[in-house]
Design a protein. Structure first.
Length: 266
């Protein structure tokens, strides 16, 4: 599968190609290749190119010109990438997507969460003005709609997840959606947020995850992993299990995104 191959590639690499002329219909933003892999497998007649510090792969899906943008991790990386895409390609829709951590016990790994509104760590709230697509059923047990919280660092400790849940009332937490939605608001572009849960509210993530999430090059990532293996030999097993869970989540996300894109008005 191209998705498995892409999951192992460094986000700074490029397959070349040229930017398509004219506007894009829909742009889907992901922080990491492993989040996007199964979705980009669904695109037809694709072309990939390197923009200013981020990658874009565009193709056809449901008779739309759709692009997957790999922004990099975090709010600032997301803001830069989305501002560039909005100014250059003028998409009709932007979808903030990728993984999120659960903040509620009924929101389980592999479930989809669509944001009605976003919150940040300062307590600000942004109403996205969207609800479930017409064909989605709000009683589906693996789909949720509500608030998503955006924070500045990876949340790996269940105690911190519980604190954020109590403080924000959010269903899930991520690191990019707030900035993507704010950029869309500035450019008067319609925005959706659809994320898949990669870790549950009571699940502790390996401590190495936070540092790895912030790396942008393969060399840096390998250096961090080498040091982690020396300090904690069991890290390989933990990270491999996390990767396997991530691949399953990415596949579920790709299906959900395809369904949403099929229903979006032009």
């Amino acid at each position: 599968s191209n998705a498995v191959k892409q999951a192992s590639e460094d986000s700074g690499e490029s397959a070349g190609g040229h930017s398509p002329s004219g506007p894009l219909d829909i742009v889907v933003c992901f922080a990491l290749p492993i989040e996007a892999g199964y979705f980009t497998d669904r695109l037809q007649d694709t072309v990939q190119w390197q923009a200013e510090g981020f990658q874009i792969r565009a193709g056809r899906l449901h008779d739309r010109q759709v692009a997957a943008v790999l922004t990099g991790v975090g709010r600032e990386a997301a803001r830069r990438a989305v501002e560039n895409v909005l100014k250059t390609h003028h998409p009709r829709w932007v979808i903030a997507s990728g993984f999120a951590g659960s903040l509620q016990s009924h929101v389980r790994r592999g479930h989809l969460v669509m944001a009605h509104e976003l919150a940040d760590e300062q307590g600000q709230v942004l109403d996205l003005g969207v609800r479930f697509p017409p064909e989605a059923r709000e009683d589906q047990t693996d789909m949720h709609a509500g608030r998503i919280l955006t924070v500045g660092t990876a949340v790996t400790d269940p105690r911190e997840k519980s604190r954020l849940a109590e403080q924000s009332g959010a269903l899930a937490v991520d690191m990019e959606s707030w900035e993507i939605a704010q950029a869309c608001a500035r450019h008067e572009t319609r925005c959706l947020v659809l994320r898949v849960i990669s870790d549950e509210v009571d699940q502790a993530l390996p401590p190495e995850v936070e540092k790895l999430a912030g790396t942008t090059t393969l060399a840096t990532r390998m250096g961090l992993l080498t040091g982690a293996f020396v300090r904690r030999p069991g890290v390989a097993k933990d990270l491999w299990r996390l990767r396997e869970d991530a691949i399953v989540a990415a596949d579920r996300l790709a299906s959900g995104l395809a369904d949403v894109i099929r229903q979006l008005p032009a």
